[in-house]
Design a protein around this ligand. Structure first.
Ligand SMILES: [Zn+2]
Ligand SMILES: [Zn+2]
Ligand SMILES: [Zn+2]
Length: 106
């Protein structure tokens, strides 16, 4: 059985507000719904695509690989992506690895 752990929301850094104030200064964080915390199933690893920030690189969007939580749950069956070796990036580019979708694990 997976264990659920509550962690600080990476996208808003626990503030519960939209970090980019796209809608308004008072807009709630779309990742955690304003709670500042998100629940993830253990075990998990830091998202390789966004480096754990929850923000898609070079954008203001929620990271598509981790959904903005900054971490990705892994199961025992998952292993480091052989294509990107866990970096989550395609070779010689900033694009997410197509094999693992930027997760770094498959
Ligand atoms: Zn949040
Ligand atoms: Zn991510
Ligand atoms: Zn990969």
């Amino acid at each position: 059985m997976a264990k659920i752990k509550t962690i600080t929301c990476a996208f808003c850094k626990g503030k519960g507000k939209d970090p980019f104030e796209i809608m308004s200064k008072e807009a709630t964080c779309q990742v955690c719904g304003g709670r500042g915390k998100v629940a993830v199933a253990k075990p998990y690893v830091k998202c390789a695509h966004c480096q754990g920030t929850g923000v898609s690189p070079n954008s203001r969007n929620v990271c598509t690989a981790c959904g903005g939580r900054g971490v990705i749950s892994v199961t025992d069956g998952k292993k480091v992506c052989s294509e990107c070796h866990g970096s989550g990036r395609a070779a010689e580019s900033d694009l997410p690895c197509t094999t693992c979708g930027g997760r770094g694990v498959v």
